[in-house]
Design a protein around this ligand. Structure first.
Ligand code: AMP
Ligand code: MN
Ligand code: MN
Ligand code: MN
Length: 277
C-alpha cells in the first residue's frame, strides 16, 4: 500500500481543535497512515494519540514543534521521532511551559495597556491544560468583545511585529536542536516560507541550523504556495537536508488545511519519512 504521510499536526494539547484521538481518527479517515503529532512545546497529547493510532493501524511518530528565536525572528523547529520520556524532552517541555506562562503574563500586560484588561484569565481558561499560546488569547479577545474575529486579533495585536508578539522567552536555536537530538529525534525546520525571510536570509539560517545539527526541512506544508515548493526542494538538496512534509493541521474550521493535505512534492528529495515506511 502506498504511504500517505503527514508529519506536522496539532491537537488540544496545544492550539489544535481536536483531541489527540479525534485527530488520529481524522487522519485515518483521510488515508494518512504515517502521522506525526507535533504540538507546540508539549508531548502531552502523544500517549492518547498512540493508543488511537494502534487501534487504527496508523504509524504514529512522536513529535513536537519547539519555539525558538533567531536574529529576532520567531522560528519553529519540529522534532520527529523524539522519545517523550527522555530527560532532554522532559527538560524541553518544562522550560517551554515556563516560557509560555511567563509570556502569557506579558502579553496580557501589553493588552492591558491597550485598554483590554482581563484577557489572561480568559485565555488561561480557554487553554485549560493545553500549552497556552496566542490563539487562546485571540479566542479570549473575541469572547470579551475586544475584537470581532480571531483573525482581527492577530492582525491588530498578536501577529508578527505586533504588541502581543512577545518572543523574548524562547530558548536559542542551539538549545532546541540539542533537546531534540538528545532525545533521539530529527530536528526539522518547520514551514520555511512563513517567517518572511528573504532567500538570502534563509540560506544564512540554514548554514547555522546545519552547523548546530539540523537535519531536515519542510518543503511542502498546508496552505503553502506550490511554486515555492520546487525552490525548497532544490535548497534541501543543495544543503543535504532531508525533506519533510506536513499539513500543519489545527482545526476542521480552517477550510484551507486538512490532515494529510499539502501540495504534492515534485523535484528531487531525500525523504525523512523513508525510515518509517
Ligand atoms: P504561539 O505558538 O503561541 O506563538 O502562537 C502561534 C500560533 O498562532 C501558530 O502556530 C498558529 O497556529 C497561530 N497563528 C499565527 N499567526 C496567525 C494568524 N495570523 N492568524 C491565525 N492564527 C495564527
Ligand atoms: Mn499553532
Ligand atoms: Mn509553526
Ligand atoms: Mn505547527
Amino acid at each position: 500500500m502506498a504511504s500517505k504521510v503527514d508529519l506536522h499536526t496539532h491537537t488540544l494539547a496545544s492550539d489544535g481543535a481536536l483531541s489527540p484521538a479525534d485527530l488520529v481518527a481524522r487522519a485515518a479517515a483521510h488515508g494518512v497512515n504515517i502521522l506525526a503529532v507535533t504540538d507546540h512545546d508539549t508531548c502531552s497529547g502523544l500517549p492518547e494519540a498512540a493508543e488511537a493510532a494502534e487501534n487504527l493501524s496508523v504509524t504514529l511518530i512522536n513529535g513536537i514543534e519547539l519555539s525558538t528565536v533567531w536574529k529576532g525572528i520567531g522560528i519553529h523547529i519540529v522534532g520527529l521521532d523524539v522519545d517523550p520520556l527522555h530527560g532532554s524532552m522532559l527538560a524541553a517541555t518544562k522550560y517551554q511551559t515556563r516560557s509560555r506562562n511567563q509570556r502569557a503574563i506579558e502579553i496580557a500586560e501589553k493588552l492591558e495597556k491597550r485598554h483590554m484588561p482581563g484577557v489572561h484569565q480568559n485565555a488561561a481558561d480557554i487553554a485549560g491544560t493545553a500549552q497556552i499560546g496566542r490563539p487562546h488569547f485571540a479566542k479570549a479577545m473575541v469572547a470579551m468583545g475586544y475584537v470581532s474575529s480571531e483573525q482581527e486579533a492577530f492582525e491588530r495585536y498578536l501577529g508578527a511585529g505586533k504588541v502581543g508578539d512577545v518572543k523574548c522567552h524562547w530558548p536559542s536555536l542551539e538549545q532546541v536542536i540539542n533537546w531534540i537530538e538528545k532525545s533521539g529525534g530529527v530536528p526539522v525546520l518547520a514551514h520555511p516560507g512563513k517567517y518572511g525571510m528573504t532567500w538570502t536570509k534563509l540560506r544564512t539560517f540554514l548554514d547555522e541550523f546545519i552547523s548546530l545539527g539540523g537535519q531536515a526541512m519542510e518543503v511542502s506544508y498546508g496552505a503553502e504556495n506550490p511554486d515555492r515548493l520546487f525552490e525548497l526542494c532544490k535548497l534541501a538538496q543543495r544543503y543535504k537536508l532531508m525533506a519533510s512534509v506536513g499539513s500543519d493541521f489545527h482545526s476542521p474550521r480552517y477550510s484551507w488545511t486538512e490532515v494529510g493535505k499539502y501540495p504534492p512534492v515534485r523535484g528531487t528529495h531525500d525523504p525523512v519519512w523513508a525510515r518509517w515506511t
